[in-house]
Design a protein around this ligand. Structure first.
Ligand code: URA
Ligand code: SF4
Length: 216
């Protein structure tokens, strides 16, 4: 059986998020649909002035069918609130739409596994379709996976975090040139050493605040 490695053939020409989300359920652009419960598409209003992009749905998101509703989502909500950004009029999505995981040796626990470059690239047409529909003025990339999806595999988050960046013409829909800020993933705050969490959280809030300030 030929292996497909792109979502391109599954993305409909519609600019309605609901149409795109429905079509994503049938995506076979990479192998990740096989074990996940469902595709987790972006959520929020479209168009929206700000768009936030995470990595991939986690265990809770895979079950709920909505992005950022588990522990990382609660942390993101707290950080958005601290930065004065209401979650409602923004659009929130992920670089990869299906949950990638490994099963714990014992029990049913599903452990997050970072998507491969091939999977990230395969899923990018959905992200570009969302960018086209949402037409954001500011894009916030949460973590290295989202950053590398849109800024290229050589992008170094530690070197360019918080800077105001632009997407290369071939990586964005024609006519759209949002300002882009890359920052850490909310999970990085949760995973970090306990004594460093407050600082990590504050630095995430700082980046979100400067991203929001770009809206003027
Ligand atoms: N982590 C992400 O990157 N996205 C989610 O939706 C949940 C956790
Ligand atoms: Fe399609 Fe993306 Fe799911 Fe792969 S992860 S099957 S490319 S929606």
């Amino acid at each position: 059986m030929p292996t497909t490695t792109s979502a391109t053939d599954f993305v409909p020409p519609s600019l309605e998020i609901a149409d795109l989300a429905a079509a994503a359920q049938g995506c076979r652009g990479c192998g990740l649909y096989e074990d996940a419960t469902q595709a987790v598409f972006g959520a929020g209003v479209a168009p929206a002035r700000m768009m936030f992009i995470g990595e991939q749905p986690g265990d809770s998101e895979d079950r709920a069918g909505k992005p950022f509703v588990g522990p990382a989502g609660r942390l993101l909500d707290k950080a958005l609130a601290a930065a004065g950004i209401p979650r409602e009029p923004v659009y929130v999505t992920n670089a990869v739409k299906h949950f990638k995981f490994v099963r714990a040796e014992r029990g049913a626990r599903r452990i997050h596994k970072t998507p491969s470059r091939t999977e990230v690239v395969a899923c990018r047409p959905w992200l570009v379709a969302e960018l086209t529909a949402v037409e954001p003025e500011v894009v916030v990339l949460l973590g290295a996976t989202a950053a590398k999806s849109l800024l290229g595999s050589a992008f170094k988050l530690t070197a360019h975090r918080g800077e105001v960046l632009r997407l290369a013409p071939q990586d964005r829909p024609e006519g759209l040139d949002p300002q882009v800020v890359a920052t850490i993933h909310p999970s990085a705050v949760l995973r970090g050493p306990h004594e460093a969490r407050d600082d990590a959280f504050a630095s995430l809030v700082d980046d979100l605040r400067s991203a929001a300030a770009l809206l003027g």
